[in-house]
Design a protein around this ligand. Structure first.
Ligand code: ZN
Length: 460
């Protein structure tokens, strides 16, 4: 089965056909780096990773770019309010650059712990200022812009497909009057391409431009960076569904008006992560991070597992209990895998692999893909070594580090320490026993006491 993907622009599941039959050009909107990245944000980045790995299973080479927004993202989607980076610099008593550097580091740390594939490049908006200015100049030259007292704006009435992606056209947005209208805007959906500096207001990040000193509007950066790195037409553009209505619609409009070409062939949007069936929010105290889940003793890969338990277009509910269930399932899988005997001659079971890949290709149905793991494990007619070979193949997408749990040898010195610990315990010398347990754990192994007496040594 060839890959099929839901395209938010056509609102249909479509066969996936990239422009170049061997290579996929994929762009994902990355985080605005003004605060800790939450496990809700990471759900969308995990979607990028799952799709990337699924494409690789289909034999594609993937050129993958993700941006880091470090300028221009204002508090309000309506081009008003403070720049999030500038506000954070004030909050943290530091500079916008330091804010960005700090939270980018935090982002990378969570990203790697969740085993998300790093893109070919993380592009920082502040490193593409000239490209953004060039984009605005092109749009100006082609007659799509106008000036107001606070910036250069894009005239959305000049782009005939405005609203196809967001569902909000000029007509229905006026009826609903859901946006506050800046009186200088010609249409409520118009947006800033370049904002002018406000006299008397100090900003960390400003640049000279043909229109005077200022900074780029938020949407400009993704078009400028995506087209610089990948060309005028992208095969896949990914992001959270919260970006679709304003950010992506505007990105699409300005890109197609600048180049005259189709901007994106497939728009892919991931749904939200709920917390205890409700919204996640800093003010609600539930904007959990990867570090929070580690501090509670969870393996970040359990969160990776949890992300796979819902289809990416469905909401996923996070509770500490659901994370615990995911961790239990993952641990069970590790136990099963470590009990199997490996054989170098074993081959991948093609029937199960085909089912696994069909699930991926069915609009990235990760829950169905994961269920193949458990069906394979339960199957009594397949040998352990074939199961291992097949699971390791699955793990190229699942990313559970299964290879660390397969057919390992426990080194003699660890076996020796374990034996000594067991003897200390039997003699009631528990502090010595605990000391040895910690030493064993430091070496990457854990001892588990078995109910019937005795113990098992496992890789951590
Ligand atoms: Zn973006």
């Amino acid at each position: 089965m060839p890959m099929r993907l839901y395209n938010s622009l056509t609102k249909k599941v479509e066969d996936f056909t990239p422009q170049n039959p061997n290579e996929v050009l994929m762009y994902q909107c990355g985080p605005t780096v003004y605060d800790y990245i939450t496990i809700g944000n990471f759900r969308t980045f995990a979607l990028g990773d799952f799709l990337y790995r699924a494409l690789v299973q289909n034999g594609y080479k993937v050129k993958y770019i993700m941006n880091l927004t470090d300028v221009g993202h204002l508090v309000s989607d309506n081009d008003e309010g403070a720049d999030k980076l500038e506000a954070a610099a004030e909050r943290d008593g530091t500079s916008a650059r330091e804010v960005a550097d700090f939270y980018i580091k935090d982002f990378y740390s969570g990203y790697d712990k969740l085993k998300l594939t790093r893109p070919n490049k993380f592009t920082r908006a502040t490193e593409y200022i000239q490209e953004q200015i060039d984009l605005v100049e092109t749009l100006e030259r082609k007659g799509y812009t106008y000036l107001t007292t606070d910036g250069v704006y894009f005239d959305t009435s000049k782009y005939k497909n405005y609203g196809l992606l967001s569902g909000y056209t000029l007509e229905n947005i006026k009826e609903g009057a859901r946006v506050e209208v800046n009186p200088e805007k010609k249409n409520p959906t118009d947006f800033a391409l370049w904002k002018f500096s406000t006299p008397g207001v100090n900003r960390w990040q400003e640049w000279n431009s043909p229109w005077g000193r200022g900074f780029p509007g938020w949407h400009a950066e993704c078009s400028a960076m995506a087209m610089k790195e990948l060309g005028a037409t992208l095969d896949i553009h990914l992001g959270g569904e919260d970006l679709k209505m304003v950010h992506h619609q505007n990105e699409l409009a300005q890109s197609e008006c600048a180049t005259g070409s189709e901007y994106v062939k497939y728009w892919v949007h991931g749904s939200f992560l709920l917390i205890d069936d409700g919204r996640m929010g800093k003010s609600l105290g539930n904007a959990y991070t990867v570090k929070d889940i580690e501090d509670k003793g969870f393996d970040p890969l359990s969160l990776r597992y949890l992300y796979m338990t819902a289809h990416y277009r469905s909401k996923l509910n996070f509770t500490w209990e659901s994370l615990q269930s995911a961790q239990n399932a993952l641990k069970k899988l590790y136990d099963i895998v470590s009990s199997y005997q490996e054989s170098p001659e074993a081959h991948v079971n093609q029937e199960y692999y085909a089912r696994f890949r069909d699930a991926l290709n069915d609009d990235l149905n990760m829950p169905k893909a994961v269920s193949q793991v458990w069906e394979l494990v339960k199957n009594n007619t397949i040998s352990e070594s074939v199961k291992i070979a097949t699971l390791l193949r699955f793990d190229e997408v699942l990313g559970f580090n299964l290879e660390n749990h397969v057919g390992y040898e426990v080194p003699d010195e660890i076996k020796h320490l374990a034996k000594m610990r067991s003897e200390y315990r039997k003699s009631g010398i528990f502090d010595k026993a605990d000391q040895l347990r910690r030493q064993i754990e430091k070496s990457g192994y854990i001892m588990e006491d078995i109910k019937e007496g005795g113990y098992k040594i496992k890789r951590k």
